[in-house]
Design a protein around this ligand. Structure first.
Ligand code: ZN
Length: 385
């Protein structure tokens, strides 16, 4: 908090490293060898450096610019990465990236020169953002790529190489905190984070996502409510599958009726958010209908809860979001919420979609009911209401 003209104004710490721009993921899904060459103009890969530059520009040129403090990130070290990844995987990843030609770790996740330094810098920014949030007691955002939440201990997946949100959570624990919650609102299941903490009771992982199921050898997890964790971690993995078409109302209902009560019962010392914008109404990779108003609502909520439950220790890592202009608008709206702005500061030039929950209010109630049924034995709060 800083004093400006006699009023108190919130500010946000952001962590950034130019090396994140150097990862080239190749061409898009349409250019796979298996797809007939019918595109006259090739599609770029959705997870491009252009999207991260656009995100940064929205923040540095928009109305929040003077409330953002930018910090230089740094590459993560191998010992730091070993907290969530296997040594053999790190070795294979580096060899693939350093090879003479771009290498596909799975069909959509390609690495080449620049990918290893970019992945290290994204991970290092997430670690530094976590340190900042924990030590300063205020929110910090790692604006990075490649994204992280699909990366598993021994497996790249879905454009993700190193699991940045898991590294942020692990950093918070290493700094002496005892309970960390990870909330993932990327439109895809946070399967990598789930896998890393599946048997760990100190980390509550909650993923809000569209119902998409498993998608191949790199992504065997289904993201269904019955994947609740195992062993000592049973009950500490929460998958909230939302129906296709879910919009602002569904996401905020899921937060208010399920996420907030769970977090209150878990009492985290820090909250890590895997922050994707591919749930937006216009994303090419998602089938949900969230608008900037919905992301602003999420920002307001996570800030309020982190302040109330976790001493302000809130760290966010950038995940997906692929219609880059609209995703940048959604990022701006989220940051508005994080900084307590209840009314949008930038007009949304596109949003006109009806919110399906207004005409079908039982649908999200049904989706949330499935999560309650899966976890009621573990969380008294889920037996009520
Ligand atoms: Zn995604």
């Amino acid at each position: 908090m800083t004093e400006t003209s006699g009023t108190t104004r919130d500010e946000l710490d952001l962590f950034w490293d130019e090396a994140c721009l150097d990862h080239d993921p190749g061409v898009g899904l349409w250019e796979h060898a298996a797809v007939p060459p019918w595109l006259d103009v090739p599609e770029a890969h959705p997870e491009s450096s252009a999207r991260l530059r656009t995100f940064r520009a929205a923040l540095t040129r928009g109305p929040l610019a003077d409330r953002l403090r930018w910090h230089a990130g740094r590459p993560a070290t191998i010992p730091e990465l070993l907290a969530v990844h296997e040594a053999d995987y790190l070795r294979r990843l580096r060899e693939a990236a350093d090879g003479p030609a771009p290498t596909a770790l799975e069909p959509n996740t390609v690495v080449g020169p620049g990918s290893w330094p970019a992945a290290l810098s994204a991970a290092g920014c997430a670690i530094e953002a976590a340190r900042s949030a924990v030590l300063r007691g205020r929110p910090a955002y790692a604006l990075v790529r490649p994204p992280g939440h699909h990366a598993q201990p021994n497996q790249a997946d879905g454009y993700c190489l190193l699991n940045n949100p898991a590294l942020a959570a692990r950093t918070a624990l290493d700094l002496g905190l005892t309970r960390v919650a990870v909330l993932d609102w990327d439109v895809h299941h946070g399967n990598g984070t789930q896998e890393i903490f599946y048997r760990v009771p100190d980390v509550l992982t909650v993923s809000l996502h569209m119902r998409h199921g498993a998608w191949g050898p790199s992504h065997p997890q289904r993201g269904t409510p019955d994947e609740i964790g195992a062993g000592a971690g049973a009950g500490h993995n929460v998958n909230v599958e939302l129906s296709l078409g879910a919009g602002d109302t569904a996401y905020l209902l899921a937060f208010d009726r399920l996420v907030e009560p769970l977090l209150r019962e878990f009492q985290p010392d820090a909250l890590v958010c895997a922050s994707g914008f591919d749930g937006s109404a216009f994303d090419p990779n998602g089938r949900h209908n969230v608008t900037p108003a919905g992301y602003r609502g999420l920002g307001l909520r996570v800030r309020r809860l982190a302040d109330e439950l976790a001493g302000g220790r809130l760290v966010l890592t950038q995940e997906g979001g692929y219609l880059r202009g609209y995703a940048a608008l959604c990022l701006h709206a989220l940051v508005e919420g994080l900084l307590g702005e209840r009314v949008g500061l930038v007009d949304d030039p596109l949003s006109y979609l009806p919110d399906d929950d207004e005409t079908n209010p039982e649908r999200t109630a049904r989706d949330l009911g499935a999560v309650r049924a899966a976890l009621a034995d573990h969380w008294p709060v889920l037996r009520e209401g």
